[in-house]
Design a protein around this ligand. Sequence first.
Ligand code: HEM
Length: 498
Amino acid sequence: MTITTCTLATSPACLSVPGPPAMPIVGPKGNVFRFISDPVGHTSHLFKTYGPIVALAAGGGTNFYSPERNCPGTVFICGPALIRQVTTQHEIYYKYPLTATLYRKRETAPRTEPLKHVGVGLFGVNSDEHRQQRRLLMPTFHKKRIEAYRDDMVTITQQELDQWQDGEQRNICKAMQMLTMRVVTKTLFGEDIEQNGSEAVQTLQDALILLASPLTTLLPFDLPGLPYHHFLDLVGRFDGQMRAILARKRATGANGRDMLSMLIRAHDEESGATLSEDELLGHIGVFFAAGHETSANALTWTLFLLAQHPQVAADLLDELQSVLYGEAPTVEQLQHLPLLDRVVKESMRVLPPSPLQWRVTSQMTEIGGYALPSGTELIISTYQTHHMPEIYPQPKVFTPARWEAISPSVFEYNPFSAGPRMCIGASFAIMEIKIVLALLLQRYRLQCLPRPLVNRFGLMIITPKGGLPMIVQKQDRQFAHGVGGVRGNVREMVELPI
Ligand code: HEM
């Protein structure tokens, strides 16, 4: 294969992958700004114009994620062949826990100290260290352990649904966040932290909003009034909330079977290593965040799609009632709900909660015939891959029935990514999402408000901007109510009724 290198092949900042020119006056920073402002929209536009491998700015010079000071630039890829190459080359494609600006700031002042572990966990380790820490965590996610979480998932879901009132308006995004946060803290930390947990959910939400704001990255100065200053306040608060979880667990003796107790006691069988305080805090924060935000958004988007697809909603309720008769599913019954399975798969195909996966090259490499210098940031688009018409005909149409006939590879369908970094909580999430949907849909019908405005938002996770208010109705099978009239850029991602 011919590998295309820059004519200035010796320059560390040189990138030969095609892409749009740097923006006039502001230069490559302008391209970064455009990307951060709408990651899914901007990458879709770039793929359409340049193909499945594209630079954020031709010649490079952009840097958002890579901690390398001389980051050569940003490259986006989509499609199964390229995704296979990146996700399976664990020693070449590294992952980092924060954006470049924040990563570099983490040891510069007392207020940036928490950045050393907030959001780090598995996201912040590579190579052998990653393998070792994943080995430590794996027992928590074995099939039998996950099945044992079923009862807690059912109890918490029922408690949350008991609070819903017929006819009320409820922000479904927030409701799903609260529910999934309670599930993850109860099952993995052994503690159902309703009150403290909801404060931590809010802190995390506010921090994620600021993380997705271009100004936090472009003006990283700790001065009152600037978003970066507020971001550090929130990170400090979140750190305190995660420390409190750890302290409470230590105070109980940490001798339970939950993941956190196991982590506190854990040592690697091969090396004898135990986890440091920073590592423990890193894992707690990542499991708290990754363990509820993604599932909450998968549920929110699925409930939105069902509210706009009345026939699918009716068929799904028929299936649930004919198998469950209003009860919660057992682990065994979950295997016998094929339409529920297809609805969840199709929802995460068309609106994947984690649309982009982030990597940095640890050494010089090659992809798609282009040389990638060490330190290049490479971003995989799961979203674009899920919208390739050659894999999924009419990709924007929400069609759960398509899953009767297809069985895509993990590189063609990857809401949980692929390779050694594939989501460790995938089976946990699928079981939780199915249990919540089965219980919720048998009790309630969620209806969209008239002419709702639904815009995508977020950098790491896509969520409806400003939440998703819906009307709660006792299940009355009036699925045609509230269908159509949706406004906003969600319509660019999925076809919806007029
Ligand atoms: C629908 C729900 C979920 C989705 C869509 C999702 C998606 C993902 C994706 C795409 C990755 C890999 C990112 C990459 O390749 O860089 C990932 C990693 C991870 N997820 Fe999930 N996730 C979900 C639920 C969960 C749950 C419930 C947990 C924990 C209970 C969890 C914990 C993690 C962790 C710890 C990692 C890091 C794995 C590693 O780097 O080795 N996720 N998730």
